[in-house]
Design a protein around this ligand. Structure first.
Ligand code: FPP
Length: 249
């Protein structure tokens, strides 16, 4: 059975050039470093460089929305050293990339439960979101302390509170209402979800939003992932979409 994807709520027509929403589960940083006998954090640092290069290449690749899974609700179970190292890396990325993002028209948002992050990082997040709020060329969203189920739980709580307050009624709740209570309320649904490093799990990423997305799993480890790797994936995706259109008409 074929669906008219463009009719899905919150979804831009995937055929619109340049309006693609690509989400990425950036996996394999640890293995990349360990393969070389280096600490895992070196892999994360290289991963952050790959993020910068990919964001820069988004306009050429036709990606308008890029959503990256940087830290899951489960990642707190890692060693204190790795968790602190990652948090430091996120803060440094925001500080170092702020000017470039402003210059290149990148709007940076964060999704996930930020209340568990340390106060300085929360302040930095609020600052960069405000600084880049007017940008519209590339919409970069970073998932930090994010879990799809956790997001749905938080959205449900907020809806129940609004029902109790009388500003929402049970009958009013539709597909679109739920989308509006999620962290991604300002984003279209992803067209494509890419996972690197050969793992073929969804791992609690964008569970609601990716209902109609295509999935691509590549063996490339995230620190080896270049704009050219993404270009190859997108070419294959375009062929799939064309075939899809062909069957539909
Ligand atoms: C998964 O690889 C990757 C992470 C948990 C962290 C992702 C973070 C970055 C790429 C750093 C920079 C990001 C931004 C947005 C600035 P893994 O450690 O699970 O790898 P493994 O499966 O090989 O152990």
């Amino acid at each position: 059975m074929m669906f008219d994807k463009s009719a899905q709520p919150g979804r831009e027509d995937p055929a619109t050039p340049g309006a693609l929403h690509v989400a990425v589960i950036m996996d394999g940083n640890g293995r990349w470093a360990q393969n070389r006998g280096w600490p895992r954090l070196v892999g994360h640092r290289k991963g952050a460089e790959r993020v910068r290069k990919l964001v820069e290449a988004c306009p050429d690749l036709g990606i308008r929305y890029l959503t990256l899974y940087a830290f899951s609700t489960e990642n707190w179970k890692r060693s204190t050293e790795e968790v602190l190292g990652l948090m430091t890396l996120f803060a440094r990325y925001i500080r170092r990339e702020a000017d470039r993002m402003k210059r290149e028209g990148v709007r940076l948002r964060f999704i996930g439960d930020r209340t568990r992050l340390d106060d300085d990082l929360q302040a930095l997040i609020r600052w960069i979101e405000a600084e880049t709020a007017e940008n519209d060329r590339v919409h970069l969203s970073v998932a930090l302390n994010y879990g799809g189920r956790d997001e749905i739980v938080r959205a449900t709580r907020a809806m129940v509170q609004d029902v109790a307050a009388g500003t929402l009624s049970a009958e009013q709740i539709s597909d679109a209402t739920i989308s509006r209570y999620l962290d991604t309320r300002d984003l279209p649904d992803p067209d494509l979800v890419v996972r690197t490093s050969g793992e073929t799990r969804v791992s609690n990423f964008l569970l609601w939003q990716a209902a109609y997305a295509e999935y691509v799993f590549t063996p490339t480890l995230w620190p080896d992932f270049t704009p050219a790797t993404m270009g190859t994936i997108l070419k294959d995706f375009a062929v799939r979409e064309r075939r899809f259109g062909g069957v539909k008409t």
